[in-house]
Design a protein around this ligand. Structure first.
Ligand code: SF4
Length: 485
């Protein structure tokens, strides 16, 4: 049996596995992280797999259909995302038209929300919902043992005219995460690390993205993954297991210069962070790393991370308005954000700050407050997202109930070049104003003399030459984006 796992063709450099999917204004291209985990889990069963990322290879439909035909798989695992969903279902149609005997199983965040829509298309044989790497492993284990593939938890499929949704698979347990293969090994076997780039500050190229934990118990209403893919239940690999992967990367994957911990929030439990940092140093590891975190982290953990070679932390600040932060249940305040920015500076930690424009309660005044807070917190780099209510999230339900959604078709989330546009419009703040505010903030931050000392701070550090290259690449991508607006 052979399995072909596909991050299929869509817009150039479109990233399905980003939290806010688009074609990357700053030149970012994520690994197909979840698909890579699934590849490892299926290979663990002794089944031959091929993982293909069309975004990295620049392949169109014809190129990938040729490749699938040459490979001759029994199954294609097709990744999906909300913005590309219509395209992904159409691609499955093309695949079925040219290779009707190949079975298609769809995965990705939309699978938990739109399994029915995928199956009624007639192009998709099965849908693996939620944490799909484990569902696929159960399914292929059955197939390999000659048992029916359908009867596993988390699977949806057609039975004649009837659509069947098996009960959800319980979320993975921490021990199951420890038993999963290192995703960095999958990257090495199937992908080219230099194709991928994170335009965070202090991001050394090439790097790998890994998960050390899944799920987030926090209740931010806008956040898609815990509400559509990974769940609220927090489960974590043991620190020793994670550091064994770091050690493997240092020894067997020498081109990798940095590890980025892509967890929903790596810093959820400060004691785990401290243990991680202590063991990192005891093991004599050297590879730099960065992580997703929360702007609630204390100085002790920040200093420990810095001493353990963590170069940057990526945090969600979201808004300069306490009212908005409360409405979206972010669990932090403006004062808290300021305090964190100060602590991070004291610890010598580089910060990538993430902001969202257009959340419930947004007005022209709150946008100004956010601009002020962005200037005050002086992150090394920022991302500003147009609010995107993903189906399945509390935010989506709220905006839908309030009549603030311009469309309910996720295919409308991006413009023709793959950049975010607003599908949210309030009587007091239009979709176009929201989109324009994002561009204005980014221009005001990066193209202002105020950014010069921050850029110099980035360049005059231990990895200054690398930083200069990241800044240059990001600047070119950003100016190209602005030119097309
Ligand atoms: S803390 Fe982060 S990962 Fe958790 S729900 Fe909020 S935004 Fe999502």
């Amino acid at each position: 049996m052979k399995v072909y796992l596909l991050n299929g063709p869509y817009l150039p450099r479109f990233t399905r596995d980003m939290r806010w999917q688009d074609t990357g204004r700053g030149g970012t291209l994520y690994y197909p992280v979840w698909l890579a985990y699934a590849t490892g889990m299926i290979e663990q069963l002794g089944i031959e797999c091929r993982l293909v990322d069309c975004a990295a290879r620049g392949w169109d439909n014809a190129a990938v259909l040729d490749d699938i035909e040459n490979y001759g798989p029994d199954w294609v695992v097709l990744d999906t995302s909300f913005p590309s969903l219509n395209n992904d279902i159409d691609f499955a149609g093309l695949l079925k038209a040219s290779m009707p005997s190949v079975k298609v199983v769809a995965v990705g965040a939309p699978a938990s929300q739109f399994a029915e829509r995928m199956l009624v298309s007639g192009h998709i044989d099965a849908v693996a919902r939620w944490e799909f790497d484990f569902v696929l492993q159960d399914m292929f284990r059955n197939l390999r043992a000659g048992k029916p593939w359908r009867y596993v938890a988390g699977m949806s499929y057609c039975d004649g005219d009837r659509i069947v949704h098996n009960p959800a698979r319980p979320f993975s347990r921490s021990e199951e995460l420890d038993a999963a293969p290192f995703v960095s090994r999958v990257y090495k076997r199937h992908l080219r690390a230099r194709d991928y780039m994170l335009n965070y500050s202090h991001s050394l190229h090439p790097e790998v993205q890994i998960f050390t934990a899944r799920g987030c118990p926090n209740r931010c209403t806008f956040c898609s993954w815990p509400q559509t893919l990974t769940g609220r239940l927090y489960r974590a690999r043991s620190v020793r297991n994670v550091l064994a992967e770091f050690a493997w990367i240092e020894k067997h994957y020498p081109e990798i210069r940095q590890v980025f911990i892509e967890d929903d929030t790596f810093t959820l439990h400060q004691h785990r962070v401290l243990e991680f940092c202590r063991l990192y140093r005891e093991m004599g590891l050297r590879i730099p790393w960065g992580a997703q975190g929360r702007a609630t982290l204390g100085i002790e953990a920040l200093e420990a991370m810095r001493e353990a070679n963590c170069l940057m932390i990526d945090v969600g600040y979201e808004s300069g308005s306490d009212d908005i932060l409360r409405r979206v249940r972010k669990g932090i305040t403006v004062q808290g954000i300021k305090g964190f920015a100060k602590r991070a500076r004291e610890a010598g930690m580089s910060v990538h700050g993430n902001w969202i424009i257009g959340l419930p309660g947004e007005t022209r005044e709150t946008i100004e407050a956010t601009k002020r807070l962005i200037r005050e917190t002086k992150a090394d780099a920022i991302t500003v997202a147009v609010v995107t209510p993903f189906p399945g999230t509390v935010l989506y339900q709220e905006l839908q109930a309030g009549g603030y959604l311009v469309t309910e078709d996720p295919g409308e989330y991006l413009d023709e070049r793959g950049h975010q546009k607003s599908i949210v419009s309030y009587p007091w703040l239009s979709a176009e104003e929201i989109r324009r505010a994002v561009d204005d903030i980014l221009k005001g931050y990066y193209l202002s003399w105020r950014y010069l000392p921050i850029a110099l701070r980035r360049v005059f550090n231990r990895h200054g030459w690398n930083e200069l290259k990241v800044l240059w690449r990001s600047a070119v991508a950003f100016l190209r984006y602005l030119r097309g607006r």
